[in-house]
Write a protein that binds this ligand. Structure first.
Ligand code: WT7
Length: 635
């Protein structure tokens, strides 16, 4: 018997040990007991990181949507699979049962088929957070088409690049989208993108805003009428375990975006098992992840992981600031959310506001809180813990990547004691290693290392679509026979991991390695500071010096700027050491961010280096307007 649901620390260690000693038995038991297969595998795992090649559950046959939907129908047909919460509070939330989900996905799958989509074809999905987005993803999986979801905040040129790279035959979009008080004409963006995408033969358009659109004769079709006239029955395509399930793009430190390819069985087993344990999901719980399905977080922990567990998952169309900064907490109260999963950047933004936005609402349903996407600073962690979790809901700080498909390092709530800023322990089956620059593995307590994974796990990306060499070079060449994450990490005395940030963000000052995250942490702990970013810039004597960009809180700051700088420096000196004090601190109104909320340090580095002639591509920024302001104020 495998332990599918880990309940305490002792059990975690038992399960973990087994997963390392007998990985094949371990995963085989989970796969056998918790999923439906049309045919079992011949071999659990074969792998060779030098090629690299990894195969899980070889020759098994299955369809992931049968596992997400069909198998729940007998016992949970009327259970709510999806709660859709619209952008506008005036509009009613929609509850979609497993039975309804089954019908919609099948109808959508039949529309895809009728439009010539077959197993292995790529379908681009460019939709806002509306139910059709989940239907589209699952409809592709139903018929074996490979979905490539592009976040509907990307520009037309970003959409075109991704559509062409994956050679998509069909694209699914909507007339428009609502985000806060804005209405965005998505179809116009698509029309512009498709001028450069000759391979797209059909565009299915979901109606959402009712805005005016141009329908191109022979290419563009309204989605909903086609669904309505389609059969609600569609037999699932029987897929091989290693058949591709989806492509999802992630930006590299250089070059074009990388289309990470995920395959069927391993991704299914891992996303389901991690979801169950890391969110401690119980039968009648209502789970909400605030991410967009355009990111891996949404793929694994809004759609696949929850539905594979027969859970109720919330899809939120809007933004945390609309109609006001209490929206998240209003939704928590309204739907009695039990598990809440968000990004540190959102927490920091909300922590800047008056606590009244939180205190107005009943948050007593919450049992588990999660964070993802970047290191969470200590101040934000405590704000989240005190004000949202009321010191009773464990915070799972989940470290993972688009490439890993599922959460890799994270506490298991009620089992792993949490520690602010630490992602804590590897999930069962995950074998992390810290490496030094010379490729030696570092054992025990370490203050600085490069984070690698030395053994395959079921949901790892198998390749970069169309560029296996790049996959090998990016992830498997820095350290022999290991997957290199690109992140730096430390390990404390008890074996807890803390992710310190991208290794490319490490700054060497006078020969000392400094991670940006701990310095930012120290700055953010100053009561006047909302958020900060540290970058390096060239310095005659030190090699590099530090430049800090600091956003102050909005309310009631009367201290002089010079005094604030002194205090911030003192705080850094106290926390890390005088070596970590920035040479320059500039107060700014905003930081340039990617649409997934990450600070674009590349731009800040250029500004800090007074090298602003060519800032590179800023088109994918969430807030390109802040860049000029920062340049004007630069020191
Ligand atoms: C990078 C991956 C995984 C879903 C969202 C982002 C950083 C992610 C954490 C965390 C510190 C984190 C890493 C990683 N990251 N989670 N809990 N603590 N850093 O996916 O866009 O592929 O980014 O995000 O640097 O490598 P992604």
């Amino acid at each position: 018997m495998s332990s599918y649901h880990i309940k305490n620390l002792e059990e975690y260690f038992q399960v973990y040990r087994k997963s390392i000693r007998e990985p094949e038995n371990f995963w085989q038991e989970i796969a056998e007991e918790h999923f439906v297969w049309r045919k079992k595998w011949d071999n659990v795992l074969s792998w060779d990181f030098s090629k690299p090649e990894v195969k899980w559950f070889e020759n098994a046959k299955l369809n992931i949507t049968e596992n997400c939907i069909d198998r729940h129908l007998l016992t949970k047909g009327d259970k709510t699979a999806i709660i859709w919460e619209p952008n506008d509070t005036e509009e009613k939330a929609v509850k979609i049962s497993y039975r309804e989900l089954h019908e919609k996905v099948n109808q959508f799958a039949n529309v895809l088929k009728a439009n010539g989509i077959e197993k292995g074809d790529r379908v681009c999905i460019y939709l806002p957070m509306i139910p059709e987005l989940t239907y589209a993803v699952l409809a592709c999986a139903r018929i074996g088409a490979i979905h490539s979801v592009v976040f509907a905040g990307f520009s037309s040129s970003a959409l075109a690049t991704r559509t062409n790279d994956a050679d998509c035959k069909l694209l699914i979009t909507s007339d428009g989208s609502f985000r806060g008080d804005k209405t965005i004409d998505l179809k116009k963006i698509v029309d512009k993108a498709l001028e450069e995408c000759p391979g797209v033969q059909t565009v299915l358009v979901a109606k959402r805003t009712g805005g005016e659109v141009n329908m191109k004769e022979g290419r563009d079709k309204w989605l909903q009428p086609l669904m309505e006239e389609s059969s609600t029955k569609c037999d699932p395509e029987i897929m091989d375990a290693e058949d591709p399930l989806f492509i999802l793009y992630t930006s590299g430190s250089t070059g074009t975006p990388k289309g990470m390819l995920h395959t069927t069985a391993g991704y299914m087993v891992y996303s389901a098992y991690t979801f169950k344990n890391i969110f401690n999901y119980q039968n009648d719980d209502v789970y909400w992840c605030t991410a967009d399905i355009g990111w891996i977080t949404g793929h694994s922990y809004i759609v696949y992981g929850p539905l594979l567990n027969g859970a109720t998952t919330v899809m939120f169309e809007g933004v945390p600031s609309y109609p006001d900064f209490g929206r998240f907490w209003e939704i928590v109260e309204k739907h009695k959310i039990n598990q809440f999963y968000t990004a540190p950047t959102a927490i920091r933004a909300l922590a800047k506001r008056n606590l009244e936005f939180v205190e107005k609402y009943d948050l007593s349903s919450l049992k588990v809180l999660g964070t993802v996407g970047e290191p969470i600073n200590e101040e934000a962690w405590h704000w989240y813990n005190d004000n949202i979790g009321k010191n009773k809901s464990p915070i799972v700080d989940t470290w993972w990547q688009t490439e890993t498909g599922g959460i890799m390092i994270s506490p298991i709530p009620f089992a792993t004691p949490t520690k602010p800023t630490f992602a804590t322990l590897p999930f069962p089956g995950i074998q992390p290693a810290l490496m030094d620059e010379n490729g030696q593995e570092l054992e025990g307590h370490q203050v600085d290392g490069r984070l690698c994974i030395k053994f395959p796990w079921p949901s790892m990306a198998r390749t970069i679509w169309g560029n296996h060499d790049r996959y090998r070079d990016t992830y498997f060449s820095a350290f022999k026979d290991k997957y290199f994450t690109g992140d730096g990490a430390l390990r404390d005395e008890v074996g807890y991991y803390r992710i310190t940030g991208r290794v490319d963000d490490v700054i060497i000052v006078s020969g000392h390695n400094l991670g940006t995250a701990p310095i930012e942490d120290a700055i953010n702990e100053h009561p006047a500071v909302a958020e900060s970013a540290i970058v390096g810039f060239p310095h005659d004597v030190k090699g590099n010096a530090l430049y800090g960009f600091v956003i102050l809180k909005e309310v009631g700051e009367t201290r002089k700027k010079e005094n604030l700088i002194k205090e911030i420096n003192q705080q850094i000196a106290d926390k890390i050491g005088p070596i970590a004090k920035p040479d320059k601190i500039q107060f700014v109104d905003g930081l340039p961010k990617t649409r997934s909320g990450k600070i674009m340090r590349r731009i800040l580095r250029k500004i800090a280096s007074k090298d602003t002639s060519n800032l590179g591509d800023t088109s994918t920024l969430l807030n390109p307007e802040v860049v000029q302001d920062i340049i004007h104020g630069a020191l």
